[in-house]
Design a protein around this ligand. Sequence first.
Ligand code: GLP
Length: 240
Amino acid sequence: MQLKSFDNTADLDLYAAQLFADALKKNPKATLGLATGSTPIGIYGKMIDMYQNGDVSFKYATTFNLDEYVGLTRDHKQSYAHFMQQHLFNHIDLPSEQTHLPSGNAADLATECSNYDRMLEEQPVDIQLLGLGHNGHIGFNEPDHSLQGGTHVVELEEATREANARFFDSIDEVPRQAITMGVGSILKASTILLVVKGADKAEIVKQALQGPIMTECPASLLQTHKNVIVLVDREAGRLL
Ligand code: GLP
């Protein structure tokens, strides 16, 4: 596991975006694993800058997102599909048919999950971006006595709903379920880029990277992967 700490968020964002650009330079058809939440927004901003400056093209890339809320339509303002349009897809040359998010609105969620896993098997992720939940979740894999490997429907923890309520008008509007890639699917990516920002994540990132490997802290399973790059800002990294 490589750990890099940054004094300045813009430098961290640029470094992360450059890793994606490098993957695309090496293989223009690379499969990129993408994430939502506030953490990646600046990274997507840098990717857009690089595209606009002619430094990178996403034309032949494929993307898979980690997760989506159940029950929100793609155009709902808080759906992750909408988030990706707003923060990245609308601003780059990535054809929409090459972007993938699980549909939280599918009539048959079990089939949606198995279809997503099949697509991931056909186009394995080269580089997967991950944020970190305050409870150690990655994607929407919540702490539990056991974890599911593949894409599945998950009941969101109240703490997660509360953390994400800031994006909704009220907590009652935050969905109770989500579809998420499983930890097993996430660990299949060739390279994993975990990005953690802010003092409020200092404890959990320490637990995830230096604590015991346990399903009660899903991110701790990243310790079993051979190619994880962790980028932290000074505040998040202060206990490491
Ligand atoms: C959500 C997402 C995660 C994300 C986490 C942290 O629950 N499903 O993928 O990593 O929140 O979000 P933030 O970056 O806003 O702290």
